[in-house]
Design a protein around this ligand. Structure first.
Ligand SMILES: NC(=O)c1ccc[n+]([C@@H]2O[C@H](COP(=O)([O-])OP(=O)(O)OC[C@H]3O[C@@H](n4cnc5c(N)ncnc54)[C@H](O)[C@@H]3O)[C@@H](O)[C@H]2O)c1
Length: 330
């Protein structure tokens, strides 16, 4: 496959950093298969692609490289990849010498609108996703939407599912942008994507600023994720498709509670359909129920569930899981 030139904005910004301080560049393997890498191989570490990076094995690999290079606290890790790579690099940076600086260069739509922001880091442990992690804000985020061009369709739609979360849950203007610019968004027009990325990250920043540690308002960012995670694991949907279905579940619950107006409900469903997301909930299987019962957010059989009051506005409501299932599945 012909390699693409490394995105210009990211290249310049990374080069500026390298010129001023000691850094190791940690990069997702798939990025090296898509782009010419214009950086010195000696300071480069290639990690297995995507989710495979989120393990103690790769963390040890990074730690060994920087220990051998006698990294001190003034050195930085630069992570180039999707949310999985940023999570791993951030986690490693947070534990080396009790914390060195991490710089993220997010390369997927999902990482550019969400995963790179907010300071959560994590790796997977004993088959459990994000079980081990820290809070560690990156020193800098270098975002370049040109990377999105090389994402495969499944991963791109995974990002779009999260875009819908921000639009439906937090910003009615963003909802209109997403609804009215369907063709440009599908064609990955960077002009429209840049606006969407800026809007989503400023929503996330404004929420995280009030609740870094997930105690109250940050929970709203879980919109669609309770059912979404269960669907993702039980029927192996991509994250974005699962979150989109999770938002449908939340819309049904909110409508059945008499909170979400019918008009807004149908607007949400139609927007999902416009992007080709499935809007019929899958049958509730035993496996899904087990996954929901073991959701990290369940406390004393109740959950802080994110409801939709209207397009652009969510709230948190504590409900028994049995009630949630009854309201969604009848
Ligand atoms: N820390 C947070 O707040 C936060 C928030 C949301 C998600 N996450 C985490 O982010 C991860 C999901 O992130 P993601 O959707 O970016 O997935 P990912 O990092 O797993 O990347 C998805 C796939 O795309 C490939 N890829 C990445 N950039 C590419 C590009 N430009 N061109 C071609 N291929 C490319 C990767 O190699 C991988 O195979 C999960 O591990 C999730 O837990 C973290």
């Amino acid at each position: 496959m012909k390699l693409l030139p490394f995105p210009h904005h990211a290249h310049t910004a990374i080069q500026e950093l390298i010129n001023t301080q000691r850094c190791v560049i940690i990069i997702d393997k798939n990025i090296t298969k898509c782009y010419h890498i214009p950086f010195d191989r000696e300071n480069l570490l290639i990690l297995p692609q995507g989710e495979c990076a989120k393990s103690f094995t790769t963390v040890k690999k990074i730690l060994k490289k920087i220990t051998r290079s006698q990294f001190d606290r003034s050195c930085s890790l630069i992570g180039i990849g999707g949310g999985a790579l940023c999570d791993t690099v951030g986690f490693t940076a947070s534990i080396y010498m009790r914390g060195i600086s991490a710089v993220y260069v997010p390369t997927t739509l999902l990482a550019q609108i969400d995963a790179a922001y907010g300071g959560k880091t994590a790796i997977n442990f004993m088959g459990i996703k994000n079980l081990v992690g820290t809070f560690h804000n990156p020193h800098k985020i270098i975002s370049d939407s040109a990377f999105i061009e090389s994402q495969n369709t499944r991963e791109y739609y995974s990002g779009l599912g999260e875009v819908l979360k921000y639009a439906i849950g937090f910003d009615s203007e963003l909802f209109s942008t997403v609804k009215n610019n369907y063709e440009s968004i599908i064609q990955r027009d960077t002009h429209v994507l840049d606006t969407i990325i800026t809007t989503c990250t400023s929503i996330k920043d404004s929420i995280v600023k009030h609740d870094m540690y997930d105690a109250h308002v940050r929970k709203k960012l879980n919109l669609g994720h309770t059912f979404g995670h269960a669907y993702e694991q039980a029927i192996h949907l991509s994250h974005g498709h699962a979150v989109a279905l999770g938002i449908v579940a939340s819309s049904i619950l909110s409508k059945n509670m008499g909170i979400l107006p019918a008009n807004d409900f149908f607007e949400i469903i139609n927007c999902m359909k416009l992007y080709g997301f499935n809007t019929s909930l899958p049958r509730l299987t035993k496996k899904m129920k087990t996954l929901l019962i073991h959701d990290k957010k369940i406390l004393n059989k109740t959950i802080d569930f994110i409801i939709i009051e209207k397009i652009g506005k969510t709230d948190i409501i504590n409900l028994e899981l049995t009630k949630v299932l009854e309201l969604v599945y009848g």
